[in-house]
Design a protein around this ligand. Structure first.
Ligand code: COA
Length: 297
């Protein structure tokens, strides 16, 4: 496939993020394809350093096609698992239908196998594209229920802003020393997507709970409270989080397995146009799972 692509005057490049022009060319490809601006990451120290991009560039440096892998260690059923995430898959319209993406997928999956990743994960609205490569859909479920009984707590809850350098540093620290938010299915360390997702969705609120030294990512409307993630050394019970945030909802939705929240929930179908897909041994993934929206990629 590489030969076919080269015959169209494209050059294959791998691991090219150290070249600012090539990074900018990928930013443009993703902006043109998905309408998202990933250059916002430059504010937070650049793209994930574990990223391994595979791309084709034309003679003018335009990125015609890309597919990236990155390392996303996870806690799955109480075990630390070496997981690769795949993202930034796009081919410019004039270059589609020539096997470029097939070539990049083969390179990326082959590289991950060589690196010894146990599992591959991706999120897609085109699951059929990845099935021939051994990916299957992992159904996601959210965890719902009535709020726990209120706990009376003193303590300071401070709203954080991703426009404030000190707040970003605090969030980075909390993510760096975090306990996985679930022992069933959760990332162990990954700051870049948490920060980027926090910028992309203005409804996400990030609050620092001083008494627990944790950052809580959440949303709320009149009746319902959505817990998206908790970053810190300890995971407080849900009752303490609601009390510290001064929230008294009728209904709670937790967007990750709630095994550490001391809360009797009920799994409920999570409706989405985007499928979570897994490649590799999915043993241990039998229970209901959901990837925290803050880890979405
Ligand atoms: C999807 C996309 C990356 C495919 O790129 P491409 O270079 O045209 O793909 P290829 O020519 O390499 O085709 C690879 C295989 O995928 C299949 N395929 C292509 N588009 C597909 C789609 N939308 N759904 C399912 N399969 C698809 C092809 O039939 C081909 O199958 P084959 O290997 O059995 O022949 C490109 O159309 C694109 O950028 N789309 C918009 C962004 C997008 O959806 N990205 C993927 C996000 S998860």
């Amino acid at each position: 496939m590489a030969a076919a692509a080269n015959s169209h005057a494209l050059t294959f490049r791998q691991d090219y993020f150290s070249d600012p022009a090539a990074w900018a060319a990928l930013v443009a490809l993703l902006e043109d394809t998905f309408g998202i601006d990933v250059s916002i990451q430059d504010r937070f120290g650049g793209p994930d350093p574990t990223s391994m991009p595979f791309g084709y560039f034309d003679a003018n440096g335009v990125c015609a096609a890309n597919f990236s892998a990155f390392s996303m260690p996870m806690m799955i059923d109480g075990r630390l698992v070496k997981v690769a995430g795949f993202q930034s898959g796009a081919v410019r319209p004039q270059w589609r239908g020539r096997g470029l993406y097939r070539d990049l997928m083969n390179r990326a999956f082959g590289w991950c196998d060589e690196q010894g990743f146990e599992l591959g994960l991706l999120l897609t609205d085109k699951p059929a594209l990845y099935e021939p490569y051994g990916f299957t859909i992992l159904p996601q479920q959210k965890f719902v229920g009535a709020p726990p009984l209120e706990t009376r707590l003193a303590g300071i809850a401070r709203a954080l802003s991703l426009g404030n350098a000190a707040d970003i540093a605090l969030i980075r620290r909390a993510l760096g020393e975090r306990t996985p938010v679930s022992s069933v299915f959760a990332v162990t360390a990954q700051a870049e997507m948490f920060l980027l997702n926090g910028v992309f969705d203005p409804d996400i609120r990030l609050t620092y709970l001083e008494q627990f030294d944790v950052v809580v990512a959440w949303k709320s409307d009149e009746a319902s409270f959505q817990l998206l993630d908790i970053a810190g050394k300890t995971i407080p019970p849900l009752s303490a989080i609601l009390s510290a945030l001064d929230q008294r909802p009728d209904h709670v939705e937790v967007c990750f397995p709630s095994d550490r929240l001391d809360w009797p929930d009920t799994p409920a179908t999570f409706e989405s146009d985007i499928s979570l897909m897994v490649r590799g041994s999915a043993a241990g993934l039998s229970g209901p799972v959901m990837l925290s929206p803050m880890a979405e990629f």
